[in-house]
Design a binder for this molecule. Structure first.
Ligand SMILES: *Cc1c(COP(=O)(O)O)cnc(C)c1O
Length: 400
């Protein structure tokens, strides 16, 4: 079937909870994808940073196929031989003593919220069911009812209440606002180191350091959602490392499986994650041997192929070149590593039409909010490919 036939089927039989660009991808390899009509595109979204290792990485593919022929799912009623190695390797890489595996990012965020509440009651002795979690305006942590309860995006929440109580939103990037919002019932602060979905919003320098300090003084957990920023995307393993802090809890997902299979995890200390008792939390697929084997391979690729260093170098290069584009449409170019946002002026007519024009020229990028084009290619990208992309991006940014 061709592009228009497949799109017609999708529109007829699928729920319309997305507004994708009209490109129908049938194959991916590295930084490139191919549509059903044989056109080739550079992927500058990487499935929202789930494809840091590139499409169909051969090492992750062979881990997947090999494990798929052995054992795929045991449930946690029994043990499997992949999960312990995944735990150990994840701990060695990240420095956190323990982890708890889930599947989607939202599930890992839910897990971290449950953990924070339990810690609040058991360790901080917050009166039962009074625990509060402070979040930032403009956050994106997923789509469950509890998570959208503290979204500030009307389209994500308006028709979906009643909402889960216990969350307080403060402006992002303002550590004083956090200090002022803390009460004796505050269990945790939940933040993204950079707000990706909100339009690659960077907090001011030292923000995370100040928040980390406040959390320590006030006996509040700092939970960082690194689902999009983590695993090399910003030029460090975790974005918080740019500020030299160590949070209490870190949430990862997306690139943890290199795009093959949903794997997420909550990382923390034994003191905190050890608070979960048998039966208090779980997931049928969480920690399954297929996911664990895939994640082990995906992490190994990040390390073995120096993807973190490459994200740092190529990110600087890409950001510098984009910053030099002197188009009247551009309001700001910002980002860290290979998570870059080009914010257009309101008069530019919205980022969507620029993304459509980029697609025509073989570059796939997606608007985030009205006016931001996000450029986040796989971390395996090289300088020649960035130059090729720039030769496509530059004229588009000058179009009428
Ligand atoms: C994508 C994302 C999530 C949600 O992950 P899902 O796998 O889509 O549930 C949560 N937080 C951040 C920062 C994300 O980018």
């Amino acid at each position: 079937m061709n592009t228009s036939e497949l799109i017609a089927l999708e529109e007829r039989y699928g729920a319309h909870n997305y507004h994708p660009l009209d490109v129908v991808i049938s194959r991916g390899e590295g930084v490139w994808v191919y549509d059903v009509d044989g056109n080739k595109y550079l992927d500058c979204l990487s499935a929202y940073s789930a494809l840091n290792q590139g499409h169909v990485h051969p090492k992750i593919l062979s881990a997947l196929t090999e494990q798929a022929g052995k054992a795929t799912l045991t449930s946690r009623a029994f043990r499997n031989d992949q999960l312990p190695l995944f735990y150990k390797e994840l701990s060695d890489l990240t420095g956190f003593e323990m982890s708890l595996p889930m599947n989607s990012g939202a599930e890992a965020v839910e897990t971290a919220m449950k953990l924070a509440r339990k810690w609040g009651y058991v360790e901080k002795h917050i009166p039962r069911y009074k625990a509060e979690i402070i979040v930032a305006e403009g956050n994106f942590h997923g789509r469950t009812i509890s998570i959208i309860s503290y979204s500030s995006e009307p389209g994500y929440k308006n028709d979906f209440g009643p909402f889960t109580p216990g969350f307080i939103a403060v402006p992002y990037g303002d550590s004083r606002a956090i200090a002022n919002a803390i009460t004796p019932n505050t269990a945790a602060i939940l933040l993204e180191p950079i707000q990706g979905e909100s339009g690659v919003i960077m907090p001011p320098p030292n923000y995370l350091r100040e928040v980390s300090e406040i959390c320590k003084q006030q006996d509040v957990l700092l939970i960082l959602d690194e689902i999009q920023t983590g695993l090399g995307r910003t030029g460090k393993l975790f974005a918080y490392q740019h500020e030299g802090i160590i949070p209490d809890v870190v949430i990862i997902g997306k690139a943890l499986s290199g795009g093959f299979y949903p794997v997420s995890a909550v990382l923390s200390s034994e003191k905190i994650l050890g608070l979960f008792n048998p039966g208090e939390h779980g997931s049928t697929f969480g920690g399954n041997p297929l996911g664990a084997a895939v994640a082990r391979a995906a992490l190994k690729v990040i390390v073995d192929e120096n993807l973190i260093e490459n994200a740092d170098k190529m990110g600087d290069y890409f950001l510098d070149r984009l910053s030099e584009i002197n188009s009247p449409h551009i309001k700001e170019v910002r980002g860290r590593g290979l998570l870059i946002g080009v914010e257009l002026r309101p008069q530019a007519g919205g980022a969507r039409r620029f993304c459509e024009a980029l697609m025509q020229r073989g570059v796939l990028a997606k608007e985030t909010h009205e006016n931001v084009i996000r450029f986040a290619p796989p971390l395996i990208i090289d300088k020649e490919t960035i130059d090729w992309a720039l030769s496509r991006i530059t004229p588009v940014l000058f179009m009428d």
